[in-house]
Design a protein around this ligand. Structure first.
Ligand code: HEC
Length: 120
């Protein structure tokens, strides 16, 4: 039995299976966001409309959740917002909780926060 397992053809098959198992995990990996900080992301033109259409349905003044239509709240929770919007879709903490954002929208929110969450 041991001799069989150590035969080259078995060893190679096993190696391929192990590598395949390690590679095929895209669904559970975090989203990577790269910011070009030479280009400022505008809060009023870009970020606020995305937040309005994708987050404020739940995060508003009457839900008891932090109200993301208030700039100051976004500024105070910046790091947690960056964390939640880059979580794997399979993570129960990911935001938006239901619905989805595109990678472009994710980048806009994430990079605007990275640039200091300015009122720009
Ligand atoms: C379908 C409803 C829903 C939508 C849409 C939604 N959220 Fe949430 N969010 C929740 C709920 C419920 C909680 C509280 C439970 C929790 O912390 O996971 C929460 C919590 C959060 C928190 C943690 C707040 C804290 O007090 O630390 C952040 C950050 C967050 N959401 C960001 C966002 C962002 C950014 C969007 C839009 C891209 C968004 N959410 C869209 C339902 C939603």
């Amino acid at each position: 039995m041991i001799k069989n397992i150590l035969r080259p053809s078995y060893t190679i098959t096993l190696l391929i299976l192990v590598v395949a198992a390690c590679v095929d995990h895209n669904l559970s990996s975090s989203f990577i966001v790269e910011c070009d900080n030479g280009t400022a992301v505008s809060y009023s033109n870009v970020v606020a409309p995305i937040i309005q259409s994708k987050c404020v349905i739940c995060h508003n003044s009457s839900s008891g959740l932090p109200d993301w239509s208030v700039l100051n709240n976004l500024q105070e929770h910046g790091a947690e917002i960056q964390r939640r919007i880059t979580l794997p879709l399979t993570d129960p903490d990911k935001m938006p909780r239901s619905g989805s954002i595109t990678q472009e929208e994710r980048e806009a929110i994430y990079c605007w926060i990275q640039q200091g969450a300015l009122n720009n």
